[in-house]
Structure formats: C-alpha cells, structure tokens
Design a protein around this ligand. Structure first.
Ligand SMILES: *Cc1c(COP(=O)(O)O)cnc(C)c1O
Length: 437
C-alpha cells in the first residue's frame, strides 16, 4: 500500500496538500489549474527555480570561484530566462536558435557560452555578431571555420576547447558524451594540435578548457576522474607551450531524482567532489587555480516542473495489465521512450488516498512505446481524474513534438497562489502556418 502523500518529496518545494485533499503547488490547487487552463498543462514553481539557482551558487561558489551557466536546452522560455538573468546566472546555448532567442529577450550576451559539435558558419556568425561570451570549440574543423569568420568580422573571440576526457559516466548510453567513442569533443591527442594551432591564431583568445561527460550522471567519481585527466593535460600544455588555464568548464550532467527509489548526489555532494579535486590538484601541481564554470541543465529545472494530465479510457487485460490513457504522452514527454527515464505520479485530487491498484499510464499517440509510467500503484482511477507527474521540468517541452498534429501544452508559472500563463497552448494555426500551398 502506498499513500500518495509519500511522493510529495518528488514535487516542487512548495508542494502541499489542502483541506480538499488536493495537490497544491506555489499556493495553487492543481485540480483547479487543470480546469482553468486545460490539460496537458505544465506547471513551474518559481520558488523552486530560484532556490535551485541559490543552491548552485551557494554550494559551488561558497567553496570555489564559480560561474553558473544554465544549459537552456533543458527548458527555454522568456519568463525563465528573465528569472535566471535576475539571479545572475549565465547561459549555455547549443544553437543559433537559442542564441537568437536569448538575444530577443535581452539576455546579457557576454554571459553566454556556445558548445556544439557541428556549428554552422551562420551560427558562428550570429554568435560573434551577438557579442557572445565564449565559443566552446569542439574540433579542428570548427577552429579553422571560426578563425575565418572572426577575421571577416574583425573580432577577437574568447574560446574554450572541448575535450573528450574518455571517462564513462555510467548513465544511459544515449546520455553519455565524454567517453572516447563519442561525437562530442576532441580526443586528447587532437587537443594538443588544437592548442598548438590556437596559440598562433590572433583571432581567438584561448581562455581555457571544457568537458561535459553526459547527463543524469548519478555519481561524482566520473567528474573527479575527468578533472584529473584534464588538469594533467593542462599541466603538460603549460610546460610545452606556456598555455595558461584560466577557466575550466566541467559541464553539466548533475542528476535529478525522478523516483523515490533513486539515489542521486546532492548539489553539495557534486560541489564538494569537484571543487575539492580542483583545489587539491592545483595545489599539488603548482597550477594557478582556474575559474570554474558549471553548466547545469536538467538538475536546475527538472524538479520545478510538474505535468498535469486528465485520464481517459481505461483498458483492462485480465491477468496482464491495466492501461490508463491520458490526454498527453510522448509528444510532450519523450523521455521514457527516448532514454528510459522512470517517473512517478499522483492523482491530484486524492492525495491522502492509499494506492490500491497497479496501472500503466500510457499516452494517446500512435506508438506502442508511448508509455509514460509502467506499473505504478495508485488509488482507484476513474475517467476524468487529474494525474500529476513530478520531475517534468527538464527536456520534456524542449524535446516535445507535434506528433499526430498535437498542440504543445500551455505552461504556467505559479507563486504565492498566482498562476501566470508563460506560454499559451498551441492552436491549429500554429501547426498550419508554415505550410505553403
Ligand atoms: C546538455 C549540456 C549540458 C547540460 O546537461 P544536463 O544534463 O542537462 O545538466 C551542459 N553542457 C553541455 C555542453 C551540454 O551539451
């Protein structure tokens, strides 16, 4: 038997249960919000978002000089960019589209870094013209292209070199990026060449090194290993070429706890492991301590977001499974199908009920893989119940699609009992306007 309230810790910090037995976030009744805005609905809690910013700044910055760049591919929205700018964060962008979006809303461009394994000439031009902080150069081809563009634009651009330290972060295969067999970053032997080249290119100013080992990395050891490898490399490059490591980005990948059974390090655990390794290693080797850059994406926003759905048809297959269909699914949340993320859920109007039946929550889209949660114990479900899924703040919406000509959901930000629409639900017009007849 599972009381639904036991899942409350997976929800945003302001989550509570009101006298009607309803789930409340940011002072707003989730059942009432579902009625007011319709479902599927994505709800972000402002207090949780701000607290995450504070936590990263405090835990890392309190131990070591750190720049916190939010990796905005996890969730990008005008209201959220504004909030992060207010909190003093920088951004990590991965495309010309994200650069243009941040620029359109007046984000301070000098606080933005731009990694990516295949930046086009257009994207590099947009980046340089926008006055972007740093380009994270991924490979030698890009270095050559960047030099050409910087020369044309008569600019000197700050860069970091992205290295592939060859450590395995142990997360899902599709979430790993820093192992040897990866499309991202330079192998160490290639990086030597890049350093050699960079030092003779007047159009770029090499300020340091970058790595990003993967996403949902549930252990601190891969960071410790990678920092060791990269610092050894920096020491060697200093001796050989006089290279000064002024900045070191250790990327993102900090894990979010999606389900109660999952154990993940706290921000403090990551901060402790990373800054301790960095400090000790620099002391040992006599290397001057570089400014640390971190790029959290998922861990910054996943926990602040909740998805609300309405239940529809229920299919019983005796002795096998009970399928409960909802009015969303893989179009707004592809994570379970894409890299097997497990979610939990509650019935938002029955928070103090005991879970009595095992069900599978499936979406409404035409793929058998459109299953959000397999075998979860919930109270008895009827058609029209509101299902709330925590941990939906990262990647759900940015990886969402219009599959089956579905409309991307509305998004609201809640705080102190107010719900502010920060993105309206798409309409048929949004889907037809790009087609030319
Ligand atoms: C995606 C990405 C991040 C963020 O990763 P999370 O797992 O969401 O924290 C950080 N840095 C780079 C280079 C990335 O590509």
């Amino acid at each position: 038997m599972i009381e639904q309230a036991s899942r409350l810790p997976l929800f945003p910090l302001t989550a509570e249960i009101n006298e009607k037995d309803h789930l409340v976030i940011g002072g707003c009744d989730m059942v009432a919000l579902a009625v007011e805005f319709g479902t599927p609905l994505y709800v972000y809690d402002e207090v949780t978002l701000r607290e995450k910013c504070t936590e990263f700044k405090r835990e890392f910055g309190g131990r070591y000089p750190t720049t916190v760049n939010y990796s905005c591919k996890a969730f990008i929205n005008k209201a959220v960019l504004k909030l992060f700018a207010e909190e003093g964060l920088g951004l990590d962008v991965v495309s010309g589209g994200e650069i243009g979006y941040a620029q359109a809303f007046g984000f301070p461009m000098e606080r933005i870094d731009f990694p990516g394994n295949n930046k086009s000439a257009d994207e590099l031009t947009i980046a340089l013209e926008s006055g972007i902080g740093r380009i994270v150069v991924d490979n030698l081809d890009e270095l050559e292209l960047l030099q050409k563009i910087a020369r044309q634009l008569n600019r000197r651009q700050k860069i970091l070199l992205r290295l592939s330290p060859g450590v395995n972060p142990g997360s899902h295969r599709y979430e790993t990026t820093g192992n040897r067999d990866s499309k991202f970053g330079m192998l160490m032997e290639v990086a030597v060449k890049a350093i050699e080249n960079t030092l003779s290119i007047p159009e770029v100013e090499l300020t340091g090194l970058h790595f990003h080992i993967g996403s949902q990395v549930t252990d601190t050891v891969p960071y410790i290993k990678a920092i060791g490898i990269i610092l050894d490399f920096a020491i060697e490059m200093k001796e050989k070429y006089g290279f000064e490591l002024r900045e070191l980005s250790v990327g993102g990948g900090y894990a979010h706890r999606y389900i109660l059974d999952e154990k993940v390090p706290s921000v403090s655990d990551y901060a402790d492991a990373i800054t301790r390794t960095l400090t000790e290693k620099c002391q040992e080797s006599g290397l001057e301590s570089p400014q640390l850059i971190i790029e959290p994406g998922r861990s910054m926003v996943a926990g602040a977001g909740v998805a609300l759905y309405t239940t529809g048809t229920i299919k019983d297959i005796p002795g096998i499974r009970r399928y409960v269909s909802i009015d969303g699914g893989m179009a707004d949340n592809v994570l379970p199908a894409f890299y097997q993320v497990s979610f939990e859920a509650v019935l938002a109007a029955k928070m103090n009920y005991l879970g009595t039946e095992k069900v599978t929550i499936c979406g409404k889209y035409c793929e058998s893989s459109d299953i959000l949660i397999r075998d979860i114990v919930l109270p008895e479900i009827t058609i029209g119940d509101i299902i709330a899924i925590p941990g939906c703040g990262a990647y759900n919406l940015t990886e969402s699609t219009n599959y089956n000509m579905s409309f991307r959901p509305a998004v609201v930000m809640v705080k102190d009992g107010d719900a502010r629409l920060i993105r309206r639900r798409e309409t048929l017009d949004d889907l037809t306007r790009c087609d030319l007849v």
